[in-house]
Design a protein around this ligand. Structure first.
Ligand code: 5RP
Length: 220
């Protein structure tokens, strides 16, 4: 099976986590695009949604789903999103699609975070995927030097402005042993908007697609 087919499989499986008659939180990325397509194809009813990116908002509206602001929704039951890496502790690297800040806001508001990935995203140690950090443009170089001092190589993502008008530094070659600690450390750097480590608030359920079917990992 191709990676695309695996993403389709896990996206379709995630439909059963959509709450009835309640707000749904929707992430961003190609797996989420397949999830939105699956909602449409299966005719699943979604009362309304909160969205983590302009692209996701557009896709949801295109299929007739009302999108409301998180200021209006307040906390909600379920957030469904992909990830770039997930470890055994349900900690993730996210932000490959540059939507990490809004994703982290929604994750913090959701009672349950359902992460949907193909099996290639499962890792024992986070950090092979370059860690995205959203930065205020005027602070880019000072943030870059501080990230480099932590042992990585921070590279500006070319031609990329986030939905918040900020830039992304991708930090290469980090070996992340303590994700919670590193998340707190990077968040403290003035000029950092968000780091793409989702450790303080990780996933509650990881659905991962394999050629043998979708497997479920659930926090005890
Ligand atoms: C976007 C994200 C995505 O969830 C992550 O990049 C995974 O994307 P894909 O489903 O395309 O593999 O964090 O900011």
């Amino acid at each position: 099976m191709t990676q695309d087919e695996l993403k389709e499989q896990v996206a379709a499986y995630a439909l059963r986590y959509i709450p009835q008659n309640a707000v749904l939180g929707v992430g961003s990325g190609s797996t989420v695009v397949k999830f939105i397509e699956a909602i449409y194809k299966q005719g699943i009813e979604v009362k309304c949604a909160v969205s983590s990116s302009n692209k996701t908002t557009q896709l949801l509206q295109d299929i007739g789903i009302k999108v409301i602001s998180p200021n209006e929704s307040g906390c909600f039951d379920v957030y469904i999103d992909g990830a770039d890496e997930v470890n055994d502790n349900f900690e993730m690297i996210k932000g490959g699609g540059a939507c990490l800040t809004r994703e982290k806001i929604l994750a913090s508001m959701a009672k349950q975070f359902v992460c949907i990935v193909d099996q290639s995203k499962l890792v024992t140690t986070l950090g092979k995927f370059p860690l995205p950090v959203e930065v205020i443009p005027m602070a880019r170089e000072i943030v870059r030097s501080k990230l480099n001092a932590l042992g990585g190589q921070a590279i500006l993502r070319e031609n990329c402005l986030t939905d918040n008008g900020c830039e992304i530094l991708d930090v290469h070659n980090l070996h992340i042993d303590n994700a919670k600690e590193l998340e707190a450390t990077i968040n403290q750097i003035p000029g950092v908007v968000t780091v793409g480590l989702f450790a303080q608030r990780g996933a509650d359920i990881v659905l991962y697609a394999t050629p043998q079917g979708v497997q479920i990992k659930q926090k005890m």
